[in-house]
Design a protein around this ligand. Structure first.
Ligand code: NAD
Length: 303
């Protein structure tokens, strides 16, 4: 199938590469020439604008930082909607707020195109391995028609309901992830301050009732999980600023329906503090840095 892929960043590039590997033909567009070149080297065709990318394809996929970027890529004068043929579906895999996804579906519908929100989880490792989970908000027939395309990039393709419900699933998951990571960081830091070996503590948590992904797969304490960002200076992975964005999406969506999110609001403040102190580009598990203690000199000498 011929597909336009727009947004070739940490997630979009490996997702687009997997489409190529699965035999699809790609038109690609990104503001970064370097990102485009990587895909062109792998066999994609570079387009000069989103409009041009979308003009001769059977499906358009966007993977962009936030809703403002999606709006511009869709509706600018050289945007997707200006070039796409009637009936060609648009899939947005960015993490954005459900209301924006629904508004984009309306814009697309008025232009003669179906729109699905299909945010992902699985991170850059899942994007590279082609094992992402897609949370799809779409009509059932649209979901069914998109399944084979998404299956080239992911292993769990889940229909969450009508447009916007993919984003609802995604922001609720990331609300919980932001909270659990903070909880694990707090428990690990307390344990170490009280004298237990961090690997021993993680081993207990991971076979006890505190077990969760933030503890057993992505532990924020350095050296506990060899492949986790904490064991390589919190580089790569899922940025603190992206987690902050997602917590903002969750808390503002909650505000819109007058639903309390006590822990989410607190977690948002903690990630905001990390970002403000210049750590926004570090992986979000670096939240454990907030728990580092300034020890008194005589205390340090005790160790
Ligand atoms: P990124 O910043 O690495 O990539 C975004 C890409 O979009 C960049 O290459 C940028 O040049 C491009 N871009 C920005 N504006 C553009 C425009 N107007 N036209 C064309 N290209 C434009 O971000 P990412 O990590 O790939 O994340 C993308 C989305 O996926 C975000 O919404 C993020 O929250 C979500 N997400 C990220 C992860 C992760 O682990 N990184 C996991 C799940 C979901």
């Amino acid at each position: 199938m011929k597909i336009a892929f727009i947004g070739l960043g940490n997630m979009g590039a490996p997702m687009a590469l997997n489409l190529l590997k699965n035999g699809h033909t790609l038109n690609v567009f990104d503001l970064s020439a370097q990102a485009v070149n990587t895909l062109v080297d792998a066999g994609a065709l570079a387009a000069p604008s989103p409009k041009a990318a979308a003009s001769d394809v059977e499906c358009v996929i966007t993977m962009l930082p936030a809703a403002a970027h999606v709006r511009s890529v869709l509706s600018d004068t050289d945007g997707v909607l200006a070039g796409i043929a009637d009936g060609v579906p648009i899939v947005d895999s960015s993490t954005i707020d459900p209301a924006s996804a629904q508004a984009f579906a309306e814009l697309a519908r008025a232009n003669g195109n179906a729109f699905a929100d299909a945010p992902v989880s699985g991170g850059t490792a899942g994007a590279t391995a082609g094992t992402l989970t897609f949370m799809v908000g779409a009509s059932v027939p649209l979901y069914e028609s998109l399944r084979p395309i998404l299956a080239a990039m992911g292993k769990n393709i889940v229909h969450c309901g009508p447009t916007g419900m993919g984003q609802v699933a995604k922001i609720c998951n990331n609300l919980l992830l932001g909270i659990t990571m903070t909880g694990v960081a707090e428990a690990m830091s307390l344990g170490v301050a009280l004298g237990i070996d961090p690997k021993t503590l993680a081993g207990i948590i991971n076979t006890s009732t505190g077990r969760c992904w933030s503890a057993d797969t992505y532990n924020p304490y350095p050296g506990v999980v060899p492949g986790a960002p904490a064991s390589r200076g919190y580089s790569g992975g899922f940025g603190t600023d992206l987690m902050l964005k997602d917590l903002g999406l969750a808390t503002s969506a909650a505000h819109g329906v007058r639903q309390p999110v006590f822990l989410g609001a607190l977690a948002q403040e903690l990630y905001q503090a990390m970002s403000t102190s210049g750590h926004g580009r570090l992986d979000f598990s670096a939240i454990i840095k907030l728990y580092e203690r300034e020890l008194e000199p005589q205390h340090k000498g005790d160790q």
